[in-house]
Write a protein of this length. Structure first.
Length: 273
């Protein structure tokens, strides 16, 4: 699926979320603290390579000038069956080490295709009292967002892209960190990854295009969000959520905000208000 033009980030109404909004920042957290115990910690297996794949990997390493002599000797003398067993052991070791390294160092920040999911509002939007940010995906870091794939079984990785790539992270390995159990499919998630966990990334102001406010958010929460935005992102549209009366859903309508003193000056409020 192509990258959608907009993605959404649910937030609880907390001091940290407000500070991040004020600073145009998103936080790349370590996946080790996520609520899914398998998130970025899947236990992938390695697909058994065909005879043709074994020979392709053998030729790849024999053509490399920097292969140690003892390894080169093995590639030259082992038969296909012995090579296959060795490659499976090596591939699994590389895979296990990659997952371990990712969990210990990398950061992840998550977005959704939807802004009206009841489950997302309940789990990540402060139980309908928080807010949801709308981002353009043609601005960093969302230009590199990857879609999460939902599966019933643990993934398996092909050996060729795993062992025959000079890149630090092959696409096959990166896909592991974007694979979750089918139970989480309601999230419609896309995610961005950073080399270092605990990084606060500053996005360009024009990346933020809207703020959707939960249907149960207090008016004071709405005012705080509106005051932050009007002083730094006047082009951002505010949307007020409400519970639909006809179906199980959250509906939004655009709203504007006039500060108290300005409303008083314009005669929209009594003088003693």
């Amino acid at each position: 699926m192509p990258l959608p033009s907009r993605l959404y980030k649910y937030e609880s109404f907390t001091a940290q979320a407000l500070e991040n909004l004020k600073n145009h920042s998103v936080y790349f957290a370590s996946p080790s603290c996520f609520n899914d115990p398998y998130d970025c910690a899947v236990s992938p297996g390695v697909k058994e390579p065909s005879d043709r794949d074994v020979e392709r990997i053998r030729n790849y390493y024999l053509a490399k000038a920097d292969v140690p002599e003892n390894a080169r000797s093995q590639f030259e003398r082992l038969d296909v069956a012995s090579m296959r067993a060795m490659l499976l052991r090596q591939g699994q070791s590389v895979l296990d080490e990659a997952v371990k390294e990712f969990l210990s160092t990398r950061g992840v920040t998550c977005f959704s295709e939807r802004n009206d999911s009841l489950l997302m509002w309940g789990h990540y939007g402060g139980r309908f009292k928080g807010f949801c940010l709308e981002f353009r995906t043609d601005c960093p870091p969302l230009t590199k967002a990857r879609q999460v794939r939902y599966a019933e079984e643990m993934p398996q990785v092909d050996l060729i892209p795993l062992l025959c790539s000079d890149e630090e992270d092959s696409r096959e390995v990166l896909d592991l960190y974007c694979t979750k159990a089918l139970d989480w499919h309601y999230e419609k998630e896309w995610r961005c990854m950073h080399d270092k966990a605990g990084t606060l990334y500053t996005y360009p102001a024009e990346a933020l295009t809207g703020i959707f406010i939960g249907p149960d958010a207090a008016f004071a929460s709405f005012e705080i969000l509106a005051l932050i935005i009007m002083n730094q992102n006047p082009g951002v549209q505010l949307w007020q959520g409400r519970r639909s009366q006809s179906e199980f859903s959250v509906e939004f309508e655009p709203v504007t905000y006039t500060p108290h003193l300005e409303a008083k000056r314009l005669g929209l409020l009594p003088r003693d208000a």
